[in-house]
Structures are given as structure tokens and as C-alpha cells.
Design a binder for this molecule. Structure first.
Ligand SMILES: *Cc1c(COP(=O)(O)O)cnc(C)c1O
Ligand SMILES: [Zn+2]
Length: 567
């Protein structure tokens, strides 16, 4: 894309105050409202506010403008998507970071800093890294490593702060002032980068859209796209601007609410699975309002369920796996399909689904782990689990488990587990239900149990030793056996083994204890590796009680070992 430079002014949106970029690149020094770049002349080429601009070194091609054939046919409209997840870091924000980082260099900043938990951090870090300027990313303590992995690989300095996002943002602003640091984020120069969306669309021949659907968080992207069109129109390159549509999740919709009240609204808290648009204080609200007024646009909200359904539909029908935020356009379109029938519509798909795979994991049942036997695989396929998995998308899991067709024997086994667990006063979480199911799917049904543990008692002794007394049923005879061990699992297994080794000697070569959800009464899975000479068996037990899970695993392991020995 050809670009030019000409002189410009930074003016605030509310009062037209003129600001100096050497003093501020964020808010107006007089009235604290947001700033915008105004160029002295119009131009046919895109204008960037940087004198010696370097062409985007990371971008290899314009993001694709793609017809959505199947959805168009189904909904009787001319539907397209602009695949903004094709940018180097998987998100449109690269358009803005490209300019922000070069502005930081032009202003001779010693470093860039920003507060972010997601896409913004990754994007600014990538460009800062390439242009070799240090980058400080302030993240709340609870941010997962996965989210900051992208920033980390680009050598950003990750600063973890006790507190939430707004704590980080406030601190980062102070940090920026403590040195010669450029504060990056949803500020004036980002918009100058992100407006290239509109120029690119026109170059791709997309100059006759009726509507453009844009997912909105802070509103910076919406404002930037509107500004791009406005400049294109003023320069005479286009004669009409598409109607711009702002969409937010119902549970995080200060912008949409504000549009109807014509004033900015700040929420205390917002909560949506579309994390990238969860902004409680939409800094660029007035740019969105202006864009909607100038293009005769619209604002819509969509529910969490509609987001899930559209997310899935876009993947299944058109092959695009996007972030939940990108499901907002299709969801809003579907809710108002009468308005848009026969119209040419563009959905802005802002970010890649690979950015947030947890959303998928959270809203679908995971697959149980099967042992590597053909028979297990076929049983599993016939069990109905897979259909249930597909139908479960976005629905409460508990309602589905009941429909699972296990064969009778497996069902009995599963119910045994559940009733034992419930006896201990515990209800199972979804995650625990899945693990149990997986365990049961793997269980061998025709096992004969040579030994059964009827009761046990553990007593603490000196030096960390534990004494175990176990009542066993071996071949229909009750025996009591005792042993000491280092720790309760060691003691009880040693006691059991002292009797069962007469039937079949086994060594416990490894044991693993997995606590599924680390709360007080969570389910524990114990995995034992048992050996006899060169042979090895793995066996699992599950219970809220670690000892009981270990005992289950051992007794079952003994049965499996003895069965395989006979065969
Ligand atoms: C940041 C972001 C948005 C929202 O953009 P705003 O400029 O904050 O309105 C939407 N989608 C994705 C994937 C994003 O990363
Ligand atoms: Zn001002």
C-alpha cells in the first residue's frame, strides 16, 4: 500500500484543543478527552503520521477478503469476511502496533510500555522486538502463562502485578512518566495504523459493501475503520461509506448502551467469554458514536449462547476457527436477518481461535482416554459418547451425561463409583465426571477380584512411620494383616501385599496421585505401576480419599495382572 506523509495536528475529540505529541500521545492535556490526528491536506494514498516510515516488516500480504459461500446461500445475503486473524500475531492489532512502535522510535523513547492481558501485549511485543526497542508489559497476577507466552517469545519484559487489570493500567501510566517511555495501547497513533483496514478493503475491490459488522471492545478499531473511510471519501477515492455496525456481548455492552443514550457509559464490571471485547471503560466510545452517526450505522448486542452457536457455525460452514469476539458479527446478522436480506455485508474476523482454545475446551466434553485396543475404540464409538459430545456444545454438561449409553456392566461400574463417592458427601464436578467416565470406559469387565479390602485402620507412629491394619477377603476367607510403612499409602499397600504376594507377587514401581480440582473435597485419582519380573501393568483408582483410591488401584491391578498371567 502506497503511503505519504504530510503535516498534521493532534486535536482532542470533545473540544478541538490542539495538543503536542511531545507532551502527550494519550489524552488531551487540557480536558483529558481522546485525541485524533488531523492532516493538513487530503491524499489519494494512506497517510501515516511518521516521516521516515519503514514498510511493515512482519506483514506479508493483505488480509484476505473472502466470500462466505455457504452462509450467503443459507441466509440469502451477500456475505464476506475479512480475515484479520491472518496478521503476524493472529490479530488485527498488528496494524496499530506497526505505527505505534515507529512513533515511539521517532519520539526517541527509551522503551515502550503497556498494560494488557492478551492480544495487545503480543502484538506490541512483536513489533517492539523487531524494531529493537525494549517493551514492558504489565499483567495482573492471575494472568495465565498461556496468555503471555506470545509476548514472552518476543522478549517482552513481563511485569506481574498483584491486582487486576485496572491496577496494572494505572501503574503502567505512572511507570511511563517515570522515564522516557512510550505508553502504547488504545491511543491516538494506534488508530492511524488500524485505519489501513479501510484502505486495504478498497484496494481489494471491496468498495460496494452495504454494511460492515465490527466486534467492539474499547471501540478503537471501529473508530479507526470509520476514520479510514472518512479520509477515503474526502480524498475522492470513494463516494459512499458502508453503514458501520458495532456489536458487543450483552453482558459487556457499555458502548451499545451508550449509543442509545448518546453518552459514554462506564461499567463496574463486565463478564463475557469474548474476552477481547470485555472492556468496562470503552475509551474510544465517542469515536464509535461519531462513526455510527456519520454512516447511519447500527449497534447491537448478542447473548453468550448466540456467540457460541455462531462461533461453531463459522467453523463448520466456512472453515474459520476464530476467537469468540469474531462470532459477534454473524450472531448479530442472524438476529436481524430480515434487515440484511439481499445486502452485501462484511464481517470483520478480528482474531484467531488459537488464541483462546480454553473457550472450546470449556464448552465441549473432552474425550476419555482409551486403552490401545481396537475393541475399546469400537465400544467407545458405539457408546454414543461422540454424538453426545457434538450435541453438548455450549450446553450444560450434566444434562447430557444421563444420556450416555454405556453397556450395562460399565454403567453398573460407573454407578458404583458414583455411589461410593456420594457416600463420602461429595458431588462430582464436570471435570471429575469426565475423568470417572474415562476411567470406566477403560475398565475391564470380566475381571475376577482375588482380593477385596473390607476395612482398614491407620495409626501414626514415631519418625513419620504409619502402621496399617487391613481386613481382607481372600478367596472367601477373612484375614487381618498388619504392616508399617513410610506414609499411609506405603503402609497399607505393604500390608495388603504381605497376603496377596502368596497369590501373585507384585512390586509397586511407581505411584502418582492426581488431585483433579484443588479444592477441599476434590476427587483423587491414583495411578499405580505394578511389576512382576519384566512385566508391567498400570492401574487406576478414583475416590475423594487418596488411600481408598490407592487400594482400589492395587486390588484392580492385581486382578489385571493375574488375568493376563492366566492368558
Ligand atoms: C482488541 C480486540 C477487539 C476489540 O477491538 P477494540 O479496538 O478494543 O474495540 C476485537 N477482537 C479482537 C480479537 C481483539 O483483539
Ligand atoms: Zn481537550
Amino acid at each position: 500500500m502506497k503511503s505519504t506523509y504530510c503535516d498534521y495536528e493532534l486535536r482532542c475529540l470533545e473540544n478541538d484543543h490542539i495538543n503536542d505529541e511531545k507532551e502527550t500521545t494519550t489524552y488531551c492535556t487540557q480536558c483529558d478527552s481522546v485525541l485524533r490526528v488531523f492532516y493538513d491536506e487530503v491524499s489519494d494514498d494512506i497517510q501515516y503520521p511518521i516521516k521516515d516510515i519503514v514498510e511493515d516488516p512482519l506483514k506479508t500480504h493483505p488480509s484476505a477478503l473472502k466470500k462466505l459461500d455457504r452462509l450467503s446461500k443459507q441466509y440469502e445475503a451477500d456475505l464476506y469476511a475479512k480475515l484479520e486473524f491472518e496478521h503476524p500475531t493472529g490479530c488485527f492489532k498488528d496494524r496499530g502496533s506497526y505505527i505505534e512502535v515507529q512513533k515511539a522510535l521517532e519520539l526517541k523513547a527509551d522503551a515502550i510500555c503497556l498494560a494488557s492481558t492478551g492480544n495487545m501485549a503480543a502484538s506490541v511485543a512483536a513489533y517492539a522486538c523487531y524494531f529493537k526497542i525494549p517493551c514492558f508489559v504489565f499483567v495482573p497476577e492471575k494472568t495465565t502463562d498461556a496468555k503471555i507466552a506470545q509476548a514472552t517469545i518476543y522478549d517482552a519484559n513481563i511485569i506481574r502485578i498483584k491486582g487486576d487489570f485496572s491496577t496494572c493500567e494505572a501503574l503502567c501510566r505512572k511507570f511511563a512518566k517515570s522515564g522516557n517511555y512510550y505508553l502504547a495501547g488504545d491511543y491516538v497513533f494506534r488508530e492511524e495504523g488500524q485505519k489501513s483496514f479501510s484502505y486495504e478493503l478498497i484496494e481489494q475491490g471491496g468498495d460496494d459493501f452495504d454494511y460492515i459488522f465490527i466486534p467492539v471492545g474499547c471501540g478503537t478499531n471501529f473508530g479507526a475503520i470509520a476514520k479510514g473511510f472518512d479520509e477515503l471519501k474526502k480524498s475522492g477515492r470513494i463516494d459512499r461509506i458502508p453503514q458501520l455496525i458495532a456489536i458487543q456481548p450483552e453482558q459487556s455492552s457499555p458502548v451499545v448502551e451508550g449509543i442509545f443514550k448518546k453518552k459514554k457509559i462506564i461499567k463496574n464490571q463486565v463478564n463475557t467469554m469474548a474476552q477481547s471485547v470485555a472492556a468496562s471503560d470503552p475509551v474510544d466510545f465517542y469515536k464509535v458514536l461519531l462513526g455510527i452517526e456519520e454512516t447511519d450505522g447500527q449497534a447491537y448486542t448478542v447473548t453468550e449462547d448466540e456467540i457460541l452457536q455462531s462461533l461453531k457455525e463459522m467453523a463448520i460452514e466456512e472453515g474459520h476457527f476464530t476467537e469468540p469476539a469474531c462470532a459477534l458479527p454473524l450472531a448479530a446478522f442472524k438476529n436481524n436477518s430480515n434487515t440484511f436480506k439481499g445486502k452485501k455485508c462484511l464481517f470483520v474476523l478480528t482474531g484467531s481461535g488459537l488464541k483462546d482454545t480454553k473457550v472450546v475446551a470449556k464448552h465441549s466434553l473432552s474425550s476419555p482416554v482409551l486403552s490401545p485396543k481396537l475393541e475399546k475404540v469400537i465400544n467407545y464409538i458405539n457408546s454414543g459418547y461422540i454424538d453426545m459430545q457434538k450435541n453438548s456444545w455450549g450446553k450444560s454438561r450434566d444434562t447430557f451425561m444421563a444420556n450416555l449409553k454405556m453397556d450395562e456392566d460399565h454403567e453398573r461400574l460407573y454407578n458404583n463409583y458414583v455411589s461410593n463417592i456420594q457416600k463420602k458427601g461429595k458431588t462430582l464436578s464436570n471435570n471429575e465426571i469426565e475423568v470417572l467416565q474415562s476411567l470406566v470406559f477403560n475398565e475391564e469387565l470380566d475381571l475376577e477380584y482375588p482380593a477385596e479390602v473390607l476395612d482398614y485402620k491407620l495409626t501414626m507412629r514415631k519418625h513419620g512411620l504409619v502402621q496399617a491394619a487391613v481386613k481382607l477377603n481372600i478367596k472367601n476367607e477373612e484375614v487381618i494383616t498388619k504392616a508399617k510403612g513410610v506414609g499411609p499409602i506405603d503402609a497399607i499397600l505393604t500390608a495388603i501385599k504381605s497376603e496377596t504376594d502368596n497369590l501373585f507377587p507384585l512390586e509397586v514401581s511407581n505411584h502418582e496421585v492426581e488431585i483433579l480440582s484443588p479444592d477441599t473435597d476434590s476427587l483423587v485419582v491414583v495411578t499405580l505401576t505394578l511389576t512382576h519380573g519384566e512385566q508391567e501393568w498400570v492401574s487406576k483408582g478414583a475416590s475423594p480419599d487418596t488411600i481408598e483410591a490407592a487400594v482400589q488401584a492395587f486390588v484392580k491391578g492385581l486382578a489385571i495382572a493375574m488375568k493376563s498371567e492366566v492368558a
